[in-house]
Unconditional design. Structure first.
Length: 317
């Protein structure tokens, strides 16, 4: 990443903070060393930070613009879609047409205008975006996106599927496998009720099944798996996703595995995970009669910018 790209992100965060009065700014900021920085949730409920519902329309515009910078074109489209889908969910649950504001909390850690590491995040129901900035480099994980309902079944938005590609690509890969490959890839006939790494600050790859390795797949299946991985990497700015892909290639795609749990029939609970030396992906759709998706991307080397921070502090000393 160039210093110009970091500067654009820094300027966007400073514009957002500069739009806030003293009280709102205090709610929106915290020290970089705060333990809260690596505490995250994707269920409903309040978070530390300043929620969209308590911002003016201009402040909301500046806050949401951070998603465009931090998630890239494709990722921002989905992240904004999560917020919009939450409005649909609340309408379906309450029957109320006008919801009373979006409950997604924005938080900036450290000083974006300084020379030390800093970070910003957006957290709320089914949305967790974490960006860490160290010098001219960034880290973008943990990255969580969810959809409830996975498919809207009634109302003006009927037929909307927010995470359709995450589901369809996983299904396409499973369907392409030969019977003996499927028997290895499908590790359980019952899907877990959530992603297995949950909201742990450090993702443990030992918690997920291994399944079938990339090395044991056909050429077509390998291509489908690559496309699936890159779909998750598209939740970041394009240059960053390409960097993550190069890291995956350098570490060896033959070490990447794909596992499926649950049914392969639509409308029934299912789960998959993909893991390699550098990354871990999880997807589940089991709740609400398999109409409720959770999906996450973890960087096994650099969640929360751990690797960047280690180099930074080593250089300082």
């Amino acid at each position: 990443m160039s210093s110009h790209d970091v500067q654009l992100m820094r300027q966007a965060v400073l514009r957002f903070l500069g739009s806030l009065d003293t009280e709102r700014r205090a709610a929106a900021t915290a020290a970089f060393g705060s333990p809260e920085r690596t505490e995250w949730f994707y269920l409903p409920g309040p978070r530390p930070g300043l929620p969209l519902v308590e911002m003016t329309s201009k402040q909301q515009e500046l806050a949401l613009a951070l998603l465009d910078i931090g998630c890239g074109l494709a990722g921002s489209r989905v992240a904004r879609g999560v917020i919009e889908l939450e409005r649909v969910r609340r309408h379906l649950v309450t029957g109320v047409d006008e919801i009373d504001g979006d409950r997604y909390w924005f938080r900036v850690f450290g000083e974006p205008g300084g020379s030390q590491p800093w970070a910003w995040r957006v957290n709320g129901h089914h949305l967790a975006v974490h960006i860490t900035v160290v010098g001219d480099s960034i880290a973008v994980t943990p990255s969580f996106l969810g959809a409830e309902p996975a498919m809207v079944l009634s109302g003006p938005q009927r037929g909307l599927r927010l995470l359709a590609e995450e589901e369809d690509m996983g299904r396409a890969l499973l369907a392409d496998l030969a019977p003996h490959q499927r028997s290895t890839a499908i590790t359980s006939e019952v899907a877990p009720d959530d992603i297995l790494t949950r909201n742990d600050p450090v993702a443990d790859p030992d918690r997920i099944p291994c399944g079938l390795s990339y090395a044991d797949m056909s050429t077509t299946s390998k291509d489908l798996l690559e496309r699936l991985v890159r779909r998750y990497f598209d939740r970041a700015p394009g240059w960053y996703g390409e960097t993550c892909w190069r890291h995956a290639l350098d570490a060896g795609l033959d070490k990447v595995t794909f596992a499926w749990m649950g049914s392969d029939q639509r409308g029934q609970g299912h789960y998959y995970c993909v893991a390699g030396p550098t990354f871990l992906l999880e997807y589940d759709n089991t709740q609400d009669e398999a109409n409720h998706i959770h999906s996450v991307w973890r960087d096994l080397r650099n969640d929360w910018g751990v690797d960047l921070l280690a180099r930074h502090y080593a250089d300082q000393h």
